[in-house]
Write a protein of this length. Structure first.
Length: 250
C-alpha cells in the first residue's frame, strides 16, 4: 500500500480491486496510475512530491510545506486537488457508509464482504446496499452480484443469500449517459438479480438501517457510498491566503 504515495487511483477501475482474486501487487497495478512511469520520458515535466502550503498570486509563486522546504515560481497555476465523498448530502452516511475513492477503500470493502459472507448464519441473507446510481455505483453493483456468488460458494454458503441493492434518488440510472444507456443498464442489473430503488432518496443513515425521505426504511449489513463527491478542502477555502473570483481565478 505504500506505493500509493507515488500513484493515483483511477476511480472508474477501483471496483476491480474489490472483486479481484489476484495478488495485491497485480490488483494495485490495474487500478492506479504511476506518475513517475507515465512522465519518465517527457521532457520539461518534473514530478514534485509534497504538500502545497501557500500560494502568492501577486508574485506568481508558491510554497511547499516546511518538510519539503521548497518554493517555486509559475506563469500559470492550475489547482486540481481532487475530490472526496460528499457525505453531507445524507446525514449519518459519513460514519456508516464505506467510500470507494482510494485503493485502501477498495481493500476495506473487500475485507468486509469476505468477513460478512464467511461468518453469517446460512439461513440469513447478506444485505449489501450501494448508494448512488452513477457509473461507479452501477459498475460496482454488477460486479458484486457475480462476485458475491463466488464468495458464497467458496465458504459453502447459498449463492442466493447475497443480496445487492442499488439506491438512486432520480428516476433512472446514469441519467447523464442518455436514455438508451440508462435503460439497458437498468435492464441488465435487474437480470443480475439486483434490487433497484429508483426515486428513493436516502434521508438518514443509521447503523444497519437506511431511512428514506418517504419514511420507509431498509436494513443493511454493508453500505457502500457511490453517491457523489465534493471538492477537496484546498487553499481556495482560505481567502486570506488565496482569494478567487466567481470563476475560480485569482
Amino acid at each position: 500500500a505504500g506505493k500509493t504515495d507515488d500513484a493515483r487511483a483511477m476511480l472508474p477501475a477501483l471496483y476491480k480491486a474489490v472483486i479481484s482474486f489476484a495478488g495485491p501487487a497485480s490488483i494495485f497495478s490495474t487500478v492506479s496510475v504511476d506518475l513517475d512511469e507515465i512522465f519518465k520520458n517527457q521532457q520539461g515535466i518534473e514530478i514534485i512530491k509534497g504538500n502545497l502550503s501557500d500560494v502568492f498570486p501577486r508574485t506568481n509563486s508558491a510554497r511547499l510545506s516546511k518538510l519539503t522546504g521548497r518554493n517555486f515560481e509559475y506563469d500559470y497555476l492550475v489547482l486540481a486537488l481532487g475530490s472526496k465523498p460528499n457525505f453531507e448530502s445524507v446525514p449519518g452516511s459519513g460514519g456508516n457508509a464505506l467510500p470507494l475513492t482510494t485503493y485502501e477503500d477498495a481493500l476495506k470493502i473487500r475485507h468486509n464482504l469476505e468477513e460478512l459472507i464467511k461468518n453469517k448464519p446460512k439461513r440469513r441473507d447478506a444485505e449489501i446496499i450501494i448508494i448512488g446510481g452513477g457509473f461507479v455505483g452501477c459498475e460496482l453493483a454488477a460486479s458484486l452480484a457475480e462476485f458475491g456468488k463466488v464468495l458464497a460458494k467458496s465458504v459453502s454458503q447459498p449463492k442466493e443469500s447475497v443480496k445487492i441493492s442499488l439506491i438512486e434518488e432520480r428516476d433512472k440510472l446514469m441519467a447523464s449517459a442518455g436514455d438508451w444507456i440508462s435503460g439497458n443498464t437498468e435492464k441488465r442489473l435487474r437480470q443480475l438479480g439486483i434490487e433497484l430503488l429508483l426515486k428513493k432518496p436516502a434521508g438518514v443513515v443509521k447503523r444497519g438501517e437506511i431511512i428514506f425521505t418517504d419514511g420507509s426504511s431498509k436494513n443493511y449489513d454493508i453500505l457502500i457510498w457511490a453517491g457523489g463527491s465534493k471538492s477537496t478542502e484546498s487553499l481556495f477555502r482560505n481567502r486570506k491566503k488565496c482569494g478567487v473570483s466567481d470563476f475560480l481565478n485569482f
